[in-house]
Design a protein around this ligand. Structure first.
Ligand code: 6R9
Length: 652
């Protein structure tokens, strides 16, 4: 996609300087870039020293057998002790770790002292059930405090957890349990979603029909709904955890001991079990949480509004914030229950200061209109973050303006399940933000954009995003498949980590992410990024959200087909609007990028992290039957889209 990208056609010249008060007291200043480039390993060593180690490391990085990295070699620590016990021991036991808000409106306040007791009880219970160091434990839960407790109990024991998003099907659960050979499952009867109790246990029962090696299922009672019970296998959390002692002596684990496995689905292939280990991962997430979110644990109320079943939840609901002793909000439900002001009610209620969420939700709020957040006092907010997809400039500006009141910097954070922690982002006290740009690799991270020969492109050029040097929170391998690890990430360019994303450098050398390279379209010999066409579409005030795919076309090879959701409820598309939108894109990006078709649809198919599943839309655009839909958050969406198709408008 290097030669003919249209990258430079979509001009974005707005700049937002860091607020002076934030800059004056920022956790990390511009010096960090120079320090890290002077001695990258010493920089990471200082980040690791923020943690509590039982034994110091003897070597920062062993990269003698690339791409298999070992960080903080010989060091030993316990992740749960770092996230919980050490704060209690330092006299901060009364500090709130989580303000938890259930969807029906129930609340729990969990202090660090409470969390320590619960984690110790759960660790004792797991030990009693026979969970040993090294055993994998599957966790299939709603967004409730016990999910965090379960993860930390596993971490405490050195039993790698494998969290599966509660919205995934029993098929997705069973293939993941089989792949990592987990013998224990932690789940709940159900959780609340859109005002109803939705069941989880039946999916576990179904999945386990093909997982005969699972010995126990530990079930948290959340909704109180009836559950089928397999005697001898199923146990209630309250029966086995509540009665345990709140004392538990934690073992220090090797820095490279496995902490967790998390599956990423990819597009069509078998999911990859991404393996993260103890010392490097905790260093990466705690340092970036401190650096990118400028966290002041004494005063900030931090809210990552994401699911724990997504890596964003692992790193920035659980491990990063807890390692830093921060207070977080955790919310069980959806943004529209009981009404579309729920998030803003929560921000106001807990006086949230930092909000971190995905562009897809921001675009949904845009569609609902700014009148809704305007009804709430959001003045506690001081910093906003975005993650999961490229944020369109329009969404960025809307977020900054209508949620951040024009005063909060927006940090667009690029990273992946594989990278473990944020890699590319503005520093809120240093970087002048550009709407739509993730800006620069963080200090200590060496990112670049290369052409198909692996050569660095000049400023103004586009190509493939790579990371040039190993980093502490990097994946260590794909569970059980070292070959696939090498092939997927380290073979496209010799010695470089290939992220699978397209990117461009603007004339200042700042980085703009363009989406997955598989999503790049080839139209009459021109490489066009789906992201840029989507951004052009949502820059039209009538469009709330857009997804673009390349559908095979007899004359142009591929032709651009756009699916759009309009702003405002019940807005209907007509011929006129469709030609206006096609024209709008042509004007913004050039005639080559004019969509062949624009279809107005009510919803788009999304994954747990709000990423649009373009592959399914491509099936629709090419009139094929749908591929694998098991990782869709809402499988009825495709029916809604198909129903709309007869009214879809096509021109040319
Ligand atoms: C954290 C997370 C990773 C993929 C990644 C990229 C996309 C994430 C982004 C972004 C542009 C950002 N992505 N953050 N693209 N700008 N700020 O999302 O992990 O679910 O593994 O997805 O998400 O395409 O390669 P994961």
């Amino acid at each position: 996609m290097t030669k003919e990208t249209l990258s430079n056609l979509l001009k974005e010249n707005r700049r937002f300087d860091p607020p002076p008060e934030l800059a004056a007291h920022a956790n990390v200043t511009a010096d960090a870039y120079a320090e890290a480039s002077a001695d990258r390993l010493a920089f990471w060593e200082r980040a690791a020293e923020r943690l509590q180690w039982d034994e110091p490391w003897t070597q920062v990085l062993d990269w003698s057998n690339p791409p298999f990295a070992k960080w903080f070699v010989g060091g030993k620590l316990n992740v749960a002790v770092n996230c919980v016990d050490r704060h209690v021991e330092a006299g901060r036991g009364d500090k709130v770790a989580f303000h938890w808000e259930g969807e029906p409106g129930d609340q729990r306040t969990i202090t660090y002292a409470d969390l320590k007791d619960e984690v110790c009880r759960a660790a004792n219970a797991l030990t009693e059930l026979g969970v040993n160091k090294g055993d994998r434990v599957a966790i299939y839960m709603p967004m409730i405090p016990e999910t965090v407790v379960a993860m930390l109990a596993c971490a405490r024991l050195g039993a790698p957890h494998m969290v599966v998003f509660g919205g995934f099907s029993s098929d997705a659960l069973s293939t993941r349990i089989q792949d990592c050979d987990a013998h224990f499952v932690i789940t709940s009867d159900g959780g609340y979603r859109r005002g109803n109790a939705s069941a989880l246990k039946p999916a576990v029962d179904e999945a386990l029909k093909s997982c005969p090696d699972v010995r126990n299922v530990l079930v948290v009672r959340r909704t109180g709904q009836d559950v089928d019970w397999t005697e001898g296998r199923d146990v209630w959390w309250h029966d086995v955890v509540d009665q345990q002692s709140a004392e538990h002596t934690a073992e220090a684990h090797d820095a490279e001991h496995p902490l967790y496995v998390m599956y990423t689905s990819g597009t069509t292939a078998k999911p990859k079990g991404i393996l993260h280990t103890t010392g490097g991962y905790l260093t990466g997430v705690s340092w970036t949480h401190y650096e990118v979110f400028d966290i002041k644990p004494e005063t900030d109320i931090f809210w990552t509004a994401a699911d724990i079943g997504w890596v964003t939840g692992h790193s920035y609901i659980v491990y990063g914030p807890l390692a830093n002793g921060a207070t977080s909000v955790m919310y069980e439900g959806t943004p529209d229950t009981p009404d579309r002001g729920r998030w803003w009610e929560i921000v106001n209620k807990y006086k949230v200061t930092i909000l971190y969420c995905a562009p897809t939700v921001i675009r949904m709020f845009m569609k609902w209109g700014e009148d809704i957040p305007a009804k709430y006092d959001l003045s506690s907010l001081r910093l906003l973050g975005s993650v999961g997809e490229p944020i369109n400039p329009e969404a960025y500006v809307w977020y900054r303006e209508f949620i951040g009141g024009g005063r909060c910097p927006v940090v667009d954070t690029w990273w992946q399940t594989e990278t473990g922690s944020i890699m590319i982002s503005p520093l809120p006290g240093v970087t002048a933000g550009k709407p739509g740009a993730a800006m620069k690799a963080l200090p200590g991270v060496v990112a670049d954009v290369v052409d198909d020969q692996g050569q660095s492109v000049p400023d103004g050029g586009g190509g493939f995003l790579v990371l040039r040097e190993p980093w502490p929170s990097m994946l260590r391998t794909i569970w059980g498949d070292d070959e696939r690890y090498i092939k997927t990430y380290w073979s496209k360019f010799d010695g470089l980590y290939f992220a699978g994303d397209g990117a461009k450098k603007d004339s200042d050398g700042d980085l703009w992410l363009l989406g997955r390279v598989d999503d790049v379209m080839l139209v009459s010999g021109h490489n066009i990024s789906t992201t840029e066409v989507e951004s052009a579409l949502v820059s039209n005030p009538k469009v709330a959200e857009a997804a673009v795919v390349g559908a095979s076309d007899p004359t142009t090879g591929q032709a651009i087909v756009a699916f759009v959701i309009l702003r405002g409820d019940g807005a209907e598309g007509g011929d006129e609007l469709v030609s206006e939108l096609r024209q709008h894109v042509a004007k913004a990006l050039g005639p080559i990028a004019r969509p062949r078709q624009v279809m107005v649809v009510p919803e788009l198919p999304k994954t747990r992290s709000g990423k649009i599943m373009r592959r399914l839309l491509q099936d629709v655009a090419e009139h094929r039957s749908l591929g694998d839909v098991t990782t869709l958050t809402d499988s009825t969406v495709m029916d809604l889209i198909s129903e709309k198709l007869p009214t879809a408008k096509s021109e040319d």
